[in-house]
Ligand binder design. Structure first.
Ligand code: SF4
Length: 76
């Protein structure tokens, strides 16, 4: 998982179609059941390191791509 800093995001939406698992929404299109992620992105983007290079996906990415409601597994 990665998060987006809402203070730095300019809402260009270029990342939305690039996400291979359709996990990114513009704030205007965010489903009601995903609104908790707004605060989570804001908080974690202050704690987690900034990615400034392209990284390969985690080895277990395929295991998780179709798992729903996996927030309980988040390790901060
Ligand atoms: S690419 Fe995505 S995260 Fe980056 S500024 Fe545009 S909308 Fe925000």
């Amino acid at each position: 998982m990665l998060v987006i800093n809402p203070e730095e995001c300019i809402d260009c939406n270029l990342c939305v179609p690039e996400c291979p698992v359709d996990a990114i929404y513009s704030e205007d299109d965010l489903p009601e059941d995903q609104h908790l992620f707004l605060a989570l992105n804001e908080r974690l983007s202050q704690q987690w390191p900034v990615l400034n290079t392209v990284k390969p996906p985690p080895k277990d990415a395929g295991d998780w791509e179709n798992v729903r409601d996996k927030l309980e597994h988040l390790q901060e």
